[in-house]
Write a protein that binds this ligand. Structure first.
Ligand code: SAM
Ligand code: DTB
Ligand code: SF4
Length: 332
């Protein structure tokens, strides 16, 4: 009988308290659940905390492109790699305002400014502060990702009205050294701590498909989920393989394993916005739909990520219509 089957396969939905950290083994066990059980658990938790048909839209703008002094193996903007990305100077505040207005008109509610820096300089900060104030003035939520920050800089950004700071852990501590050698994991954790202390929302996630094994993938989620509190926003990127970067030939991950990562992020961080981030351009509508079912409720919206492409607004609008989904901002 069908009802019996439902009872039989109903997983226990475990809600953890902040004092009860997730072990890597527990998270790995979630990854290994039968797909239907994992999705069911993720959906239950998603529906407890969010409208499952609503999706938050963030538009990205690269305010300073290329020539970065870090050697992140995935990144086309690193000066260590030859990915054909030009080292450009920082955008003018007026250019940023123009892009933010266009994003707002297209329906985005959050505008994220990204810079290819290890860390911003004093002069960089003066311009960024102007940009944040101007974008905030348009009534949009603001986000920035500028590399490592010191206490003074987090304070400046908070005063300017920055809502979110994006700083990804990218992968597990054990795998980090295989991907980046110019900084260490603790540097990332220190900046996140400063962002939290200054009172801004934390946006932190990672990349899958860099050759990490399952334990390492679970290790990334454990790091994020065990932050106290965990990030309000968790971008899950599927590696965009760019010619000229060390990871250009990385083995493609099975799309269902990507969906599983979203589901595990949702289960372990119930109230976070889980963002289906880089890699969507290469993803079918069906896989994206599974990601939304798994608990993703935010996307990057607009033709461009930082240096690589993202689905066109028309494609995303059509996808949302097809799925009966709507932008979060439309209902608030
Ligand atoms: N430089 C700053 C930093 O690293 O924090 C901010 C910009 S950096 C490009 C922001 C994030 O983009 C990285 O942490 C990484 O997660 C993501 N990213 C960069 N290249 C990527 C790629 N090829 N595929 C997927 N995500 C990527
Ligand atoms: C995030 O987690 N993904 C975005 C944003 N935060 C800054 C960046 C994706 C970059 C993809 C490669 C590129 O376009 O250069
Ligand atoms: Fe620089 Fe950020 Fe790219 Fe690393 S990910 S090379 S820090 S821009």
């Amino acid at each position: 009988m069908q009802t019996q089957a439902i009872k039989l396969y109903r997983p226990s939905v475990e809600t953890k308290s902040a004092e009860q950290p997730w072990s890597v083994a527990e998270i790995e066990a979630l990854f290994k659940l039968p797909f239907a059980d994992l999705m069911y658990q993720a959906q239950q938790i998603h529906r407890e905390h969010f409208d499952p048909n609503s999706v938050q839209l963030s538009t990205l703008l690269s305010i300073k492109t290329g020539g970065c002094s870090e050697d992140c193996g995935y990144c086309p903007q690193s000066a260590f790699h030859d990915a054909g990305v030009e080292n450009r100077k920082m955008l003018e505040v007026s250019e940023v305002i123009k892009a933010a207005k266009a994003a707002q008109e297209a329906g985005a509610d959050r505008f994220c400014m990204g810079a290819a820096w290890r860390e911003p300089s004093k002069e960089d900060m003066e311009s960024v502060v102007e940009m944040v104030k101007a974008v905030r003035g348009l009534g949009m939520e603001t986000c920035a990702t500028l590399g490592m920050l010191n206490d003074e800089q987090t304070e400046q950004l908070r005063e300017a009205g920055l809502d979110y700071y994006n700083h990804n852990l990218d992968t597990s501590p054990e795998f980090y050294g295989d991907i980046i050698s110019t900084r260490d994991y603790q540097d990332r954790l220190d900046t996140l701590e400063r962002v939290r202390k200054a009172g801004m929302h934390v946006c932190s996630g990672g990349i899958v498909g860099m050759g990490e094994n399952l334990t390492q993938r679970a290790g990334l989620v454990a790091q994020l989920a065990n932050m106290n509190p965990y990030p309000e926003s968790v971008p899950i990127n599927n590696l965009v393989k760019v010619e000229g970067t060390p990871l250009a030939q990385a083995e493609e991950i099975d799309p269902l394993d990507f969906v599983r990562t979203i589901a595990v992020a949702r289960i372990t961080m119930p109230t976070a916005r889980v963002r289906l981030s880089a890699g969507r351009q290469q993803m079918s509508d069906a896989v994206q739909a599974l990601c939304f079912l798994a608990g993703a409720n935010s996307i990057f919206y607009g033709e461009q990520l930082l240096t690589t492409g993202n689905p066109e607004v028309e494609r995303d609008r059509a996808l949302m219509d097809k799925l009966g989904m709507y932008p979060f901002a439309d209902k608030h």
